[in-house]
Design a protein around this ligand. Structure first.
Ligand code: MSP
Length: 515
């Protein structure tokens, strides 16, 4: 099955922050999961480089918009490389291909009679690149997100006939599978039921944008341009920029993952634009929550923006991935707390998963000459409780990841490790090993926990790819296939396999870490 997955295309006004890192990591986990399930994945990310906000930023820095975009785009690319993000495409909206695609998309929409010239009046927020629904007043209102004063605009713009698509969009929103999580579906429904309005798709006096063919002085509104970046990315496979090639490239998108603030653009404007151009609409939009820091909204003015590079330097990528994917329920808001972050890494990764593996491989070295105990096939599959729990966990993790429930999937993997540690404690192989008659029992106990560790290592591939490969290396278990079906059954660890010297796979975090 095709699985076309997108992150938002991030504005290049600033370097990436923890919010953009969050979405990208979540999408990376999903992309890895779907590849393991055998889907043909195209994982798209990229940057949104046009508009007044970026034009102003470059100006303030005394450089050209091109130089500014090159610089910030390379920060994005660099961070994704550092985090080992497995995106298949990285689109820049300043690329020539994208510019051609935007212009030919516009021509389709125009041919369909959906473009007209009109007057746009209203309060505009450059930070949001959006008109706000506020009446004209004598006092200058402020943006509720950026807290900056809004600007009054009165200009000639090109409009898109969104009103024509009212009933089609209503039908789409009522479709139970289009918007997730469900709480957000209701917000969008309400907005649509209040009646859609045509929206302007061009700007005058914003030279840093794509020129609108046939309308001198007009450039495309940054959102009209940016959403089309998903199409440009998909067509960027060495073929032509012809929009009619999209379906053969796998369009429509299976899933757009976005923050809750931009759900409206993806769930309303974007499908209407696609309908107008005669293209298929995406199958699902997931609007995740926002990250705050120690209870406060992250913002430059508050001076509390968390730099993902600092976190990576201090704790490594497994720690950052685990915290963001396990601790925050995807869809809800989450608060970053340093103490909680460190406790989670120590308790879950070092003490539970790391310890399960380390103590068992150490016992194997001590009692079985560093080999996996050689238990026979019949004993391997004795239906002990721990085998049942492992098999149930496999099913649970797969279904949770299918449902985009990272936190629940991670919790299930952690729980399996906890059960394995309890199983060791209850069975006390260190006492039994002193009794020669119980040698067989000890072999089975150790085999079972090594095998649980292998399954934990496999299940962690999409969530913590680095830690997963460290676990599997410690078990001398090599992966030859790209899909995981054949690795997800009990008893695959071969008896008499030589295990390497046990080394801790994840260090405990020292609470005195640099802040
Ligand atoms: N350029 C547009 C998207 C165009 S998509 C065709 C844009 N860019 S953005 O850089 O401002 O935001 C990108 C994403 O980051 C959005 O999904 C937004 O919700 C998300 N986040 C910004 N701050 C965030 C947090 N503090 N926490 C989580 N996500 C946040 O909008």
């Amino acid at each position: 099955m095709n699985f076309i997955l997108t992150t938002p295309l991030y504005y290049v006004n600033e370097k990436p922050h923890l919010g953009s890192t969050y979405t990208t990591l979540a999408c990376d986990a999903l992309a890895r999961f779907h590849r393991l399930e055998g889907d043909a994945v195209v994982f798209i990310t990229g940057v949104d480089e046009h508009g007044q906000k970026i034009q102003q930023k470059a100006q303030n820095n005394g450089i050209s918009p091109e130089e500014h975009c090159d610089c910030i785009s390379s920060h994005y690319r660099g961070l994704w490389k550092r985090l080992d993000i497995t995106n298949d495409r990285f689109v820049r909206t300043t690329s020539n291909n994208h510019i051609q695609i935007v212009q030919s998309f516009f021509e389709r929409v125009q041919r369909n009679g959906d473009i007209y010239l009109g007057k746009q009046q209203g309060w505009y927020c450059v930070g949001c690149e959006e008109y706000k629904d506020i009446k004209q007043t004598d006092d200058i209102p402020r943006c509720s997100t950026h807290l900056t004063p809004l600007e009054w605009r009165d200009e000639e713009n090109l409009f898109f006939r969104l009103t024509k698509y009212q009933s089609q969009i209503e039908d789409l929103i009522t479709n139970d599978n289009f918007i997730y999580p469900i709480s957000r579906r209701n917000e969008v429904k309400k907005f649509v039921q209040n009646g859609l309005k045509d929206f302007s798709i061009s700007r005058i006096n914003v030279p840093w944008g794509i020129p609108v063919p046939g309308y001198k002085g007009h450039t495309f509104y940054v959102w009209f341009d940016a959403l089309l970046g998903y199409l440009s990315a998909l067509l960027d496979d060495g073929g032509t920029n012809d929009l009619s090639r999209l379906s053969q490239c796998g369009w429509p998108a299976s899933l757009h993952v976005i923050g809750k603030d931009i759900l409206r653009f993806h769930a309303i404007y974007w499908p209407a634009m696609l309908l107008s151009a005669g293209l298929q609409i995406p199958k699902m939009c997931f609007g995740h929550g926002f990250l705050t820091r120690e209870g406060h909204k992250m913002g430059k003015s508050l001076g509390n923006v968390l730099d993902p590079v600092d976190l990576l330097n201090t704790y490594g990528s497994d720690a950052v991935r685990w915290y963001l994917l396990k601790d925050i329920r995807f869809g809800q808001d989450g608060d970053f707390q340093r103490q909680r972050f460190e406790d989670l890494i120590n308790n879950d990764l070092a003490n539970t998963i790391g310890n399960m593996l380390n103590r068992t491989t150490s016992m194997s070295r001590k009692w079985f000459d560093g080999l996996v105990p050689d238990v026979d096939d019949q004993q391997k599959c004795q239906s002990t409780e721990i085998i049942r729990i492992a098999n149930d966990t496999i099913d649970l993790v797969r279904s949770k990841l299918h449902n985009i429930e990272f936190s629940e999937a991670s919790e299930a993997i952690l729980n399996l490790s906890k059960q394995a540690n309890l199983y060791l404690n209850d069975n006390e192989p260190w006492k039994k090993v002193k009794n020669k008659e119980l040698k067989y029992d000890v072999e089975i106990i150790i085999y079972n926990v090594l095998e649980v560790s292998r399954i934990v290592g496999i299940l962690l591939i999409p969530i913590l790819p680095d830690l997963s490969s460290k676990i599997l290396n410690q078990l001398a278990f090599n992966l030859k296939l790209e899909t995981w079906d054949s690795y997800l059954s009990w008893g695959l660890l071969q008896g008499s396999t030589e295990l390497p010297e046990p080394t801790p796979i994840i260090p405990r975090v020292d609470h005195s870490s640099e802040r």
